[in-house]
Ligand binder design. Structure first.
Ligand SMILES: Nc1ncnc2c1ncn2[C@@H]1O[C@H](COP(=O)(O)OP(=O)(O)OP(=O)(O)O)[C@@H](O)[C@H]1O
Length: 522
């Protein structure tokens, strides 16, 4: 970690120097975000897209034309193992590859030397490159990657812009150390994502559309896998907006009843007087003007009946629901004879039903009847690792829904979202992203930034203008929290992952107010 730390210090120092190069406010934010993007590489769930993000930011910061990153199996033979580019056509890529994997440039890279030319056109080392002549290339910077596999970062200046400043070259050289490490990880992960604990469950169940790859979500899916094939009544508990409805749908989609209907009734949305006819249906004349209405129980025949917000069911209807569960029969309004029902009941609540039972607002016998198998949906604060994947996937869905451009969240935006509190959980995050995406698209912003989400007058938290130290602190807290969660709260494992001592981990946990997962971190 000593090496990491000194390299991070070097990045900060170099970034402070680079600050002298462009209009100040803009550059401070870009510098900070690039720094966070580089730190994010250390723990990125998806190193490839994290690297892509860093490349884009480097190009922007250096006001360059394009960038590339390559790892070689055998540099002298030009065997490419892995590559990533920004701002390049296919032909550009071939050119860059030819330039960096052969000749004098390749040998300099192999010796660990940076190659920087202010005018490639006049430089003998680049004489054989057709793109140098064709495109009249000027500044080219090739920085070798340290690490197990040889590789190079390539940065090409804009025509007429002149050489890259020395301060920028120094900055890029310090950033490259992390690019090398992250590129190797991306290479290792190319075949799949072994870090996703939900993957085996996703492979054997229908869980499409449910985003999340945390251990906590994997546990939810394990419970779901147990309950879904049985015909038992399931109660899904958990705070609002955590995805209880989605889990109810998944229970149905993975049950023997999947070919039957999935019928949902939100108990909070039905006026008390209409509840019974809504649930059980009515015959003509049941009440003045009544026609024959099909109740939800009948509509769900052969399938699943999902009663959302079950705590809101009126006491008068609770007895009838109990009767349905006990006898599998029910009476439609004004019907003299019972009807048979073949439905599986799934309920959801964000209320404390036991408390309601104590207060005699919910029938105890019904409580036990619906509480055969309970599935708890955790709040977002217990699965902060899911915030990144949620941002990526929700932004993509929202862009498709509204016909807006596809946009990724900046690392600063991710850090702010992880640090924010989301009492409305995924629903609130989705809504906030929706309006932020519309705003960012109107500005033609290249990334969704924290200010798009948090700088609105009605938003309680204004995170956009986080200071460098605040943003770094948020990142460190998040990194530590995620590592603790991944290690299941095991301090030794967390210390090993982060290359810190156990006592350092304890001190950081104390400083950040973190407790091991499962002990109520907030
Ligand atoms: N893991 C997830 N992946 C993708 N979308 C999610 C996820 N969790 C929740 N959502 C989205 O968030 C919104 C709220 O989810 P849902 O209605 O399932 O929550 P809920 O727990 O049933 O809320 P409530 O208690 O208020 O009824 C929906 O738009 C849903 O698609």
């Amino acid at each position: 970690m000593g090496n990491h730390r000194s390299a991070i210090v070097a990045v900060i120092k170099a970034s402070a120097i680079v600050l002298d190069m462009a209009p100040i406010e803009d550059r401070v934010v870009r510098e900070r975000d690039l720094y966070l993007a580089v730190l994010h590489l250390l723990d990125a769930v998806d190193p490839r897209s994290a690297l892509q993000d860093v490349l884009m930011r480097l190009v922007e910061l250096a006001d360059a034309q394009r960038a590339g990153l390559e790892l070689y199996g055998d540099a002298s033979a030009g065997h490419r193992e892995w590559s990533l580019f920004h701002g390049c056509s296919d032909a550009d890529r071939d050119e860059i590859r030819a330039l960096t994997s052969r000749g004098i440039v390749a040998s300099a890279i192999a010796e660990g030397k940076t190659v920087h030319t202010p005018y490639a056109l006049l430089d003998a080392r680049f004489a054989k490159s057709p793109s140098v002549k064709g495109q009249r290339l000027e500044a080219v910077l090739c920085v070798p990657l340290p690490g197990r596999l040889p590789g190079v970062l390539y940065l090409e200046g804009k025509r007429g812009a002149g050489p890259f400043p020395d301060t920028l070259v120094a900055f890029v050289e310090s950033v490259v150390r992390y690019l090398g490490m992250a590129a190797e990880r991306a290479l290792v992960r190319r075949g799949g994502d072994e870090d996703d604990p939900t993957r085996p469950l996703r492979e054997r169940m229908h869980l499409e559309g449910i985003i999340g790859r945390s251990k906590v979500m994997a546990r939810v899916f394990e419970q779901l896998a147990l309950a879904a094939p049985l015909d038992v009544t399931v109660m899904i508990s958990g705070p609002s907006g955590t995805g209880k409805t989605q889990i109810a749908q998944a229970l149905h989609a993975n049950s023997k009843r999947r070919a039957g209907p999935f019928v949902e009734l939100n108990c909070a949305a039905i006026p008390e007087g209409l509840f019974e006819s809504e649930l059980f249906g009515a015959l003509p004349g049941a009440f003045p003007g009544a026609r024959r209405t099909v109740g939800k129980v009948e509509a769900a025949e052969g399938g699943t009946l999902f009663l959302d917000e079950i705590a809101e069911i009126p006491l008068s209807a609770q007895g009838k629901l109990l009767q349905l569960l006990q006898s599998r029969q029910y009476f439609s309004l004004a019907s003299p004879k019972p009807s048979k029902a073949n439905v599986r009941l799934v309920t959801a609540t964000n209320a404390d039903l036991e408390q309601l039972v104590r207060e005699k607002r919910f029938r105890e016998d019904l409580f036990y009847r619906i509480n055969v198998f309970t599935l708890r949906m955790p709040p977002l604060s217990e699965r902060l690792e899911d915030v990144g994947p949620l941002l990526d996937a929700l932004l993509e869905r929202l862009a498709d829904e509204h016909g807006l451009p596809h946009m990724r969240a900046s690392p600063g935006c991710l850090a702010a979202c992880v640090a924010a509190t989301w009492p409305g959980n995924v629903r609130q995050l989705r809504h906030r992203l929706e309006s932020a995406l519309i705003r960012a698209s109107a500005e033609a912003a290249p990334f969704l930034e924290a200010r798009h989400l948090f700088d609105q007058p009605d938003q309680p938290r204004a995170e956009a203008m986080l200071s460098f130290h605040e943003a770094t602190r948020i990142f460190q807290r998040d990194l530590l929290h995620r590592s603790l969660v991944r290690a299941g709260g095991n301090i030794t494992e967390t210390a090993e992952r982060l290359d810190l001592t156990r006592s350092h981990i304890y001190n950081l946990m104390k400083a950040f107010g973190l407790r091991p997962p499962g002990h109520g971190n907030e």
